[in-house]
Ligand binder design. Structure first.
Ligand SMILES: [Zn+2]
Length: 150
């Protein structure tokens, strides 16, 4: 059980999960602003997530890793979970939160599959919105996780 838990939360699983989130964000663009030089750039949301470090992603103007996402649609802005993330104070709490959000995503995915079969377009739209929000939440959790690990 312990070995299983270690495997589940191991680095490769985290990377795999990030890749899955990145795939679901295909076509979504984030605006990023560098806190060092103030440059604003647009970047692929998946690329942003894949390269996000504790202080942000690499700025294309000055090269510092200080560019953070600003101003996207609310449902895709991880900072909406900022308050909630403050309640996560240890790495193991971050792991639990990541697992909980993954379980939610699995549930939504099953519902999406069912709605697709039933060709229920109204339900598909609301489930896709829920999925986007959960994916965004998982980005916030992983960012918090990185923060706590450092
Ligand atoms: Zn910069």
């Amino acid at each position: 059980m312990v070995a299983c838990a270690v495997w589940y939360f191991g680095g490769s699983t985290e990377r795999t999960h990030r890749a899955e989130v990145a795939a679901s964000l295909k076509g979504v663009k984030y605006r990023v602003k560098c806190s060092a030089c103030g440059a604003i750039a647009e970047m692929d949301a998946g690329e942003y997530l894949a390269n996000l470090g504790p202080d942000g992603v690499r700025c294309t103007s000055c090269g510092k890793n200080s560019a953070l996402q600003i101003g996207t649609a609310d449902s895709l802005d991880p900072s909406q979970f900022q308050e909630e993330m403050k309640s996560i104070t240890t790495v193991s709490e971050a792991r639990m939160a990541a697992r909980a959000v993954q379980e939610e995503l699995d549930r939504v995915q099953r519902a999406l599959d069912a709605a697709e079969l039933a060709k229920d377009t109204g339900k598909l739209a609301s489930l896709n919105a829920e999925k986007a929000k959960l994916n965004t939440k998982s980005i916030a959790i992983y960012a918090r996780w990185e923060e706590l690990r450092n």
